[in-house]
Design a protein around this ligand. Structure first.
Ligand SMILES: NC(=O)c1ccc[n+]([C@@H]2O[C@H](COP(=O)([O-])OP(=O)(O)OC[C@H]3O[C@@H](n4cnc5c(N)ncnc54)[C@H](O)[C@@H]3O)[C@@H](O)[C@H]2O)c1
Length: 339
């Protein structure tokens, strides 16, 4: 590979890693860990074939762990969802990228396509009842089926319990519990029913799985997050129920209980990020995040916060054939914190 191509590849990789500005410098996240993942996903080959000349393929050497699997990933415009969409595409999945923020969903899908992956952007609000059938229909129309559903979209709307409004409470249940419930139901004809048909006709269904994103707040509780913690606990109950109902059809369902992952959700509130919910701006982040991050690092065994790429790595682990006998679990991805 030419030096020019190598430099381009590194620049594009840097762009991917720098997606979220951080209260900690990137160097504070173990460069060994992130570098390892980066190396695993960027050893360069051009993808060749019928690729248009303007498309540079610096950082995609597609793997095969999810070859030709069709995956819907919600909240894939940024943070953990974006990193997961890119990693799944690198492993051969055809990815439906979805997000409330259409420009971010489009950017993730463009990035994947420009890097020789296969992706489609279907923006939308997961709490809108018309969204789940729409995104599932788009996936099936574009790629002919559905094998992986990642319920990742979410945000926090913190407040001490005695001051929390019902609106705050309902908003968290809507985005973290009701939306995944509806999405799984909408996916049912193409996951449950399809698997049943395959089982009857061929004796063996395609591998399929659902990943639901929970949080340590849902397992261990968190000050100021009665609404979020309750909703994220609900995610685990939903996960185990689906695992039991759909397990006989070979469909696995697991939850990921993330600790402190370096995304916009854990940036300083003072930076002013927000999300619009029913016409109201909800501020995102945590007050004085750098102090919280420093305290977190004291109680995390690995001594650092996680990178979105590492959260995505855990998603791939559970979606891959290596997890074929793992279902109904809530995997804590915390760097050894909260033990
Ligand atoms: N970052 C952490 O430390 C952490 C820890 C535990 C759990 N989580 C969970 O991980 C998931 C991803 O969060 P993140 O940290 O990557 O944050 P993020 O803000 O970087 O990404 C979340 C994405 O979800 C999208 N989204 C939010 N509400 C939506 C809606 N109603 N419809 C469609 N899209 C919507 C946002 O636009 C955003 O792009 C969330 O469910 C979050 O609760 C994060």
């Amino acid at each position: 590979m030419s030096l020019c191509a190598a430099n381009g590849r590194l620049a594009r990789l840097r762009g991917h890693l720098d997606v979220d500005t951080s209260p900690m410098s990137q160097s504070e996240i173990s460069s060994a860990a992130v570098g390892g993942l980066a190396a695993a996903t960027t050893s360069g080959k051009s993808c060749g074939g019928a690729q248009p000349a303007h498309k540079k393929c610096y950082n995609f050497e597609p793997g095969r762990l999810l070859l030709d699997q069709v995956a819907i990933i919600t909240g894939a415009g940024g943070g953990i969802g974006r990193a997961t969409a890119i990693l799944f595409a690198q492993q051969g999945a055809k990815v439906v990228v979805s997000d409330l923020d259409a420009s971010k969903a489009d950017a993730t899908a463009d990035f994947i396509r420009n890097s020789c992956g296969t992706a489609l952007s279907v923006p939308g609000d997961v709490t809108d009842p018309s969204f789940p059938p729409k995104v599932v229909a788009a996936a099936v129309a574009a790629y002919g089926g559905l094998h992986i559903l990642v319920n990742n979209a979410g945000y926090t709307w913190d407040g001490m319990l005695h001051k929390q409004s019902e609106k705050q409470w309902e908003a968290m249940l809507a985005v973290h519990c009701t939306a995944p419930f509806r999405l799984i139901q909408a996916a049912s004809p193409h996951m449950r029913d399809a698997a049943k048909r395959e089982l009857e006709q061929q004796g063996r269904p395609h591998p399929r799985c659902i990943l639901n994103v929970s949080s340590v707040s849902g397992v261990h509780g968190s000050v100021g997050q009665a609404n979020y913690g309750t909703a994220k606990a609900g995610v685990v109950g939903l996960t185990k129920s689906v695992a039991k109902e759909w397990g006989p059809l070979g469909i696995r369902c697991n939850a990921l209980t993330f600790g402190y992952i370096n995304t916009r959700l854990v940036q300083s509130k003072e930076k002013g990020a927000s999300i619009e919910v029913a016409g109201q701006q909800v501020p995102l982040g945590i007050p004085q995040a750098s102090g919280v991050a420093a305290a977190m690092k004291q109680m995390i065994a690995l001594g650092r916060v996680g990178a979105p790429e590492e959260a995505a790595g855990a998603m791939l682990l559970l979606a891959s054939p290596y997890a074929s006998y793992i279902t109904g679990q809530a995997l804590e991805v915390t760097g050894g914190g909260w033990m």
